[in-house]
Design a protein around this ligand. Structure first.
Ligand code: DGL
Length: 274
């Protein structure tokens, strides 16, 4: 019989904290352990093989920490590593545990938000190249027009705490101009990278009026609540002491200084060598 443990939340760096924040708000009773692989972030421009290797290594660490369930709160990892881990690795490493991503919950509901039927996906180069959003959205909403735009500088701006500066305005405007040039009828923009909510104000400023900007945190939290309800065999293995633990593969000091901006309250991390 498998023992109880925290729910694992993973990101390449800080972005997943925007998701954890909403999950804790929605499901405060559970224990959570967060891992930011800051030493190897960003993942956005890395190859399939590298993102898969890094993500699998982190998933195994979560399992060693006793997590029955791990959420890849990183679109790049969800796009490039999740399926292989679910199908090939999980049955061998720990068939009783589960690993979930952030793409599916968003694609299930995005068609209910748009009126024009044209949805813009703003994401890392890796997520865009995988075409995961296009493919998944078409399964639920075959008639939607899905326009993608890779924004390779956005996550690094956030990771480096430059997201409020004038450099951020330049790169945000550039990619928003690009996506609306590709399709002017886009009325819904999905922030398909968990770093991007930190850029929200500037994204609103540089988007045409009336465009809906959708972040994933709340959507993923709602979907996790439904998942736990529908999977009592996993839910009963999720510890409930309201404990939070944070780990980073890079500097603890940097994580503590910077992570609070994403999480909305102070964080105290521990270092992990991978
Ligand atoms: N936060 C990650 C995502 O959702 C990516 C950032 C990166 O490491 O490039 O895609």
């Amino acid at each position: 019989m498998s023992s109880m443990g925290p729910i694992g939340i993973f990101d390449s760096g800080y972005g997943g904290l925007t998701v954890l924040k909403e999950i804790v708000r929605k499901l405060p009773a559970y224990d959570y352990v967060y891992l930011g692989d800051n030493a190897r972030a960003p993942y956005g421009n890395r190859s399939y093989d590298t993102v898969y290797r890094y993500t699998l290594q982190c998933v195994k660490w979560f399992f060693d920490m006793g997590c029955p369930l791990v959420i890849l709160a990183c679109n790049t990892a969800s796009a490039k590593a999740l399926r292989t881990i679910q199908q090939n690795d999980l049955p061998k490493i720990n068939p009783d545990n589960r690993v979930l991503g952030v793409i599916r919950p968003t694609t299930e509901i995005i068609g209910d938000i748009t009126r024009s039927g044209a949805v813009g996906i703003l994401a890392t180069t890796g997520t865009v190249q995988s075409r995961s959003y296009e493919i998944e959205i078409k399964k639920f909403f075959p008639r939607l027009t899905v326009i993608q735009e890779a924004c390779p500088m956005w996550a690094p701006l956030v990771e480096n705490n430059e997201h409020q500066g004038p450099g951020a305005d330049y790169f945000i405007k550039k990619h928003l101009d690009n996506i609306f040039e590709k399709e002017k009828y886009i009325d819904t923009l999905l922030l398909a990278c968990t770093h991007y909510p930190l850029l929200l104000n500037k994204i609103v400023d540089h988007s045409p009026p009336g465009v809906r900007i959708v972040a994933q945190g709340e959507i993923v939290a709602d979907s996790l609540a439904v998942y736990l309800k529908d999977h009592p065999e996993i839910e009963k293995r999720c510890a409930r002491h309201e404990r939070l633990a944070f780990y980073t593969t890079d500097s603890v000091e940097d994580f503590n200084n910077h992570g609070g901006i994403f999480f909305g309250q102070p964080v105290q991390a521990q270092h992990l060598d991978l």
